[in-house]
Design a protein around this ligand. Sequence first.
Ligand SMILES: Cc1cc2nc3c(=O)[nH]c(=O)nc-3n(C[C@H](O)[C@H](O)[C@H](O)COP(=O)(O)OP(=O)(O)OC[C@H]3O[C@@H](n4cnc5c(N)ncnc54)[C@H](O)[C@@H]3O)c2cc1C
Length: 391
Amino acid sequence: MSTRHAVVSGASIAGLSAAFWLRRTGWEVTVLERSETFRDGGQNVDVRGIAREVLARMGLTEAVKEQNTTETGTVFVDENGEVIAELPSNGPDGATAEFEVLRGDFATTILRHLPEGVEVVYGDTIAEVTDDDRVTITTASRRVLHANLLVIAEGVRSSTRDLLFGDQVDRRDLGIAMVFGTIPRTPADDSRWRWYTTTQGRQIHLRPDNHGTTRAMLAHARAADLTRRDRAGALAEMRERFADAGWEAGRVLDGFDTSADVYVDQLTQIRMPTWHRGRVVLAGDAAWCVTPMGGGGASLALVSGYVLAACLSTTEGLAGYEKWMRPLVEDVQDFPGWMVPFAYPRTRLGLGLTRVVNRVMTSRLLAPLTERMTQVAYTEQALPPVAAAHH
Ligand SMILES: Cc1cc2nc3c(=O)[nH]c(=O)nc-3n(C[C@H](O)[C@H](O)[C@H](O)COP(=O)(O)OP(=O)(O)OC[C@H]3O[C@@H](n4cnc5c(N)ncnc54)[C@H](O)[C@@H]3O)c2cc1C
């Protein structure tokens, strides 16, 4: 049997995991990445639930553990930095998970361990696709690729998904803008994730990393869509919104001005009735972005690459992949409607209530319940088996 060829679009967690597992199961693999060079930026992600098993099967558990961000726990703080409540972080899936890793370190680890023979092409994107007895892909640079499978792993704002599945994409804007960046560490930054909530739907997060810097995030529940602005415009808007936010707002805003690594997101869930058609399949955020509000996006992206290749190595096929992944995704996307207003209070009264509930939820009595809320990518299903590669 001749070797089957897969084209994977997007070289981040989902695309690299798919490339890794498709190659392992005997495919020829070409990865197309829009960016001119490998994107190694981004802030904290974690590996939870069944994703730990996939990581182990890739032989990457130790390599990812070595990149641990060194975070030891998570606390809610007030405007003076005093701890109001501490989230449970014991066990593998607390707010601070056992596998906390920077997105860039994680993606780089998978890239470095790709099996021999995966071709990665930078600075090119898909312009046209036809899918009859095989997929024919024409790229923006007029390269023509013939394949038996196209995996779209281009993240939440995937253009190839919109081109091929446009009418089936249900985008749900959660009304929250997040700006992530890397800022200088100060002596006051400790080993914990410090989480500050204040009025007008604003949060500030500071987290340690393993590179001698601090990872900061500003979240705002009432901002206009910042992804439509350029970096300077997005930062100017956040500066206005956070001018009187208190705590470390000024330092974070100043740090972002010179941060080499600013990532702006407008939290948008992607929901689709199907993730495949013909020989084309979606993986990771392109298919089902769960947003940081749900959590576990990197874990689901990693798992999707494995499940896809495993199902294609047996008779399960793309329908089997979708059937296996869907319950995991729905579990994370279906959070209760009160969560956003609760996490992003507007008024002093609302803030007081949020703080009281945070104290109660993190009390010893309710800790097991809170712990369960941070668990994602948990499933009773065993991972589908991988059939031996056949050439
Ligand atoms: C540079 C970067 C920084 C990030 N930082 C954070 C962060 O700080 N916090 C957070 O919560 N999440 C962040 N994310 C998102 C996070 O990585 C994902 O939510 C999650 O890991 C799922 O990954 P994914 O592989 O499905 O999608 P993504 O990680 O979004 O990756 C998509 C990949 O596809 C590429 N791409 C996009 N369009 C095309 C196209 N048309 N053709 C070819 N390639 C394309 C992108 O350049 C990217 O490499 C970041 C993503 C990136 C790429």
